[in-house]
Design a protein around this ligand. Structure first.
Ligand SMILES: [Zn+2]
Length: 332
């Protein structure tokens, strides 16, 4: 019997069969469990069954649903990925499970939620999204219960995404962790017809991939999929610019960098200064990830120069296993 071992490569790791470890890279692993699939040399554990050729995907463009906690999470963390996928013809939907109502220091919660709703609509036009949906839980009030899980599941089942992107469940914010957990807990159940009466059980469950974070416990994220941000970073700035209450008011106040916003002057004229500010504060993680995941980049894109900025994702074990179509869409 083969024994699975973890093999570390650069910042990430892959599970490798003992045959490959012994130098016999061409021998396929033969003792995978029914929850393991090997693709592109890596073995992934998956809660959901693999895609069957006998169950075709819904016709039309590939669909990607980014389920964030707040009405800027998808933009900040996955915006360049969304821009790339939309440019390739995919349909992309952004979701904020919470309404963002504590994201301001002067506006009331009601005013903040209403302002942010309008700002996401403006951003959706810049991105070219199918829609930017806000489910309406108050910030830091989203529960990990059946009602919230049912809501998230129904929305996923309605859109029938090929890929869902969400938070890791060890991210910094309670809402991020809860939303990541909600999506994870929906994973297998999305295909069960009697779980939620009247819902549309999915024969092809989505691949779930997880946004980047810096946490080290229980372990650092695994950079399974890296996206070059450089061609899309100016569009990313244009979309963030729509969320005035966040990037020019609340977040600078929270960070204590309001003077840098004031120094931009008229941001509709001083685009270079505006973009430099947005990148300095809100793209710093993309810059850092290009350095920390450089080895993984060279592995995934042999011969391609390392971009200045990256968006990084880990393949979740709670969706279906990845297929070539997923890699072609995200990395092609
Ligand atoms: Zn957030």
């Amino acid at each position: 019997m083969h024994i699975e071992r973890r093999k570390f490569i650069g910042a990430g790791f892959m599970l490798a069969a003992s045959g490959a470890m012994a130098g016999n890279a061409s021998s396929a692993p033969t003792c995978l469990s029914d929850r393991q699939r090997t693709i592109r040399g890596k073995t992934y554990v998956a809660a959901c069954p693999p895609v069957k050729a006998s169950i075709p995907r819904t016709p039309g463009p590939q669909r990607v649903m980014v389920i964030g906690a707040h009405p800027d999470d998808a933009d900040i963390t996955c915006g360049c990925t969304a821009a790339k996928l939309i440019a390739k013809g995919a349909r992309v939907k952004f979701v904020a499970v919470c309404n963002g109502d504590i994201g301001h220091h002067k506006l009331s919660r009601k005013e903040t939620a209403a302002t942010r709703r309008q700002e996401t609509l403006n951003a959706a036009k810049v991105w070219g999204l199918d829609s930017y949906d806000i489910y309406g839980y108050g910030d830091a009030h989203v529960p990990n219960d059946f009602e919230a899980r049912e809501l998230v599941a129904r929305k996923i089942q309605e859109f029938e995404p090929d890929i869902v992107i969400t938070h890791r469940d060890c991210d910094y914010h309670v809402d991020h962790r809860t939303v990541g957990t909600l999506v994870k807990d929906c994973g297998y159940m999305l295909g069960c017809p009697h779980w939620i009466e009247g819902s549309k059980a999915l024969r092809r469950r989505p691949l779930i991939i997880l946004m980047r974070d810096d946490f080290t416990v229980p372990r650092i994220m695994r950079p399974d999929i890296l996206i070059d941000c450089d061609p899309y970073i100016e569009k990313w700035c244009d979309a963030l610019d729509c969320q005035v209450s966040q990037f020019y008011e609340w977040l600078p106040w929270d960070k204590g960098c309001e003077d840098e916003v004031a120094a931009i002057g008229d941001r509709t004229k001083n685009i270079a200064a505006r973009n430099a500010y947005l990148k300095k504060y809100w793209a710093a993680k993309k810059l850092r990830d290009a350095a920390r995941f450089a080895d993984a980049w060279r592995e995934q894109y042999p011969g391609k120069p390392l971009p200045k900025m990256l968006e990084a994702y880990e393949i979740s074990e709670y969706g279906r296993p990845p297929i070539e179509e997923d890699f072609d869409l995200l990395m092609g």
